[in-house]
Design a protein. Sequence first.
Length: 132
Amino acid sequence: MIKNTYIVPVVLLLMIPFMMFLSACNNTTNISTDSIGQLNYNYNNKHISVTLTNSESNTIKDMFNNKKLYFDEPSCGFDKNISIKFENDYYCIACDSCGVVKIGDKYFNISNSDRSKIEEIFRKYGGNFPCV
């Protein structure tokens, strides 16, 4: 009987750090629903910094939210100067034609169709790809 009394608290004490670890390892993207994107394009003597429309921001959030993040070092070039910023996070668009986006030190993939939509939004404000 005494052993059972110790087993439950010990298991609970072991579970708490494990659950904290899992919650700290956020492996998907999550952009706040009420945040508005800031497009940045500083390349080849073009210095563009514009606030996206609500519609454009929602389009990008739909593309980027709930994407699985991974560590890697893809050969695509990334730069905060070619990015879309939501709150304090820079979503760096690959400067070539790769369907990869960098956030912090992690990456996620987007479809060719989503990549085309992003390029279209950048073109609207004067940004062009590739920019390597």
